[in-house]
Design a protein around this ligand. Structure first.
Ligand SMILES: [Zn+2]
Length: 281
């Protein structure tokens, strides 16, 4: 199509932020930091390369995901530990906070709950910012690598994509069949993954993660959580995923509990206040 005569004028219209987030309830980061100081380690889970593992944290506890041994990306799912229908909502978290998450930002839950599930309290990669390609770390713009897309694009039957890893881990944790568990697996927080959209074609891109052993991302659990983390078969995601060719490393999840009374004044957030009448009755 030929451009209209006022094309330049239309393109020059300034964008507005869809969801100004000044009115989002702000986390009390100082209280969390104080509580974290006296917290004791409860346990840890080592997620093997090209596989996933589940972990549980109670509301008011902390969990930390660390790079160990070498650069590695992780795909994180979260559920309400008592109700798998409340799960992480990647798309709304993106709409509220932007394409990549960091300190003070939240992992929000699905409708009709839409409340904070976890708050990021520490990010050793926060120095990275947004690079010259528009890339940044810990995205909520990807989905999770999965065998269906691989089959669609190249006819493969690969079984250690994050989607399958998360499915197996949840099935084992909950005593569900693989098909039952698969329905609960959802789009992830791509921990340590460096991604963006190309400016010329708008395509999703990845590049070698800047993560190094010792780097970590730490969360405060706002509600009782069941988590599952997959150590992506893409390794640092510098070349390819959905195959066994990339060099992969484990990821460490550690859980911490604050001292009794350390969270005085804090309460687990209630579910969303919308009355759910949807305009009827
Ligand atoms: Zn993956």
């Amino acid at each position: 199509m030929t451009e209209p005569s006022d094309a330049a004028t239309r393109r020059a219209v300034k964008p507005v932020i869809c969801y100004p987030n000044e009115t989002l309830p702000a986390p009390d980061l100082e209280l969390y930091a104080q509580a974290r100081k006296g917290a004791v380690k409860l346990g840890e889970v080592l997620v093997p390369p090209r596989d996933a593992a589940c972990f549980r944290v109670k509301a008011g506890q902390f969990f930390r995901i660390s790079s160990v041994e070498g650069p590695q990306v992780g795909d994180l799912n979260l559920w309400n530990a008592e109700d798998l229908s409340e799960r992480f909502y990647s798309g709304k978290s993106r709409a509220l906070h932007g394409t990549h998450l960091t300190v003070a930002e939240r992992m929000w839950s699905s409708f009709p709950y839409l409340r904070p599930m976890a708050t990021i309290v520490k990010d050793t990669l926060d120095w990275y910012g947004i690079d010259a390609y528009g890339g940044s770390v810990h995205d909520v713009i990807g989905t999770r690598c999965d065998p269906y897309t691989g089959n669609l694009l190249s006819g493969t039957q690969y079984h250690h994509c994050c989607h399958s890893n998360l499915t197996r881990a949840l099935a084992d944790e909950m005593g569900l069949s693989l098909h039952e568990a698969e329905a609960h697996v959802h789009d992830v927080l791509n921990v340590f993954m460096c991604t963006g959209f190309t400016r010329d074609t708008g395509q999703y891109f990845m590049k070698a993660s800047p993560v190094r052993p010792g780097d970590h991302l730490e969360f405060f659990a706002e509600i009782d959580l069941l988590g599952a983390l997959s150590a992506c078969p893409g390794g640092d995601c510098s070349t390819e995923h959905s195959s066994d060719t990339a060099r992969c490393h484990p990821l460490l999840v550690e859980m911490f509990e604050p001292e009794p009374g350390a969270l005085n004044g804090w309460a687990s957030p209630p579910v969303n206040g919308y009355d759910r009448s949807h305009g009827r009755g």
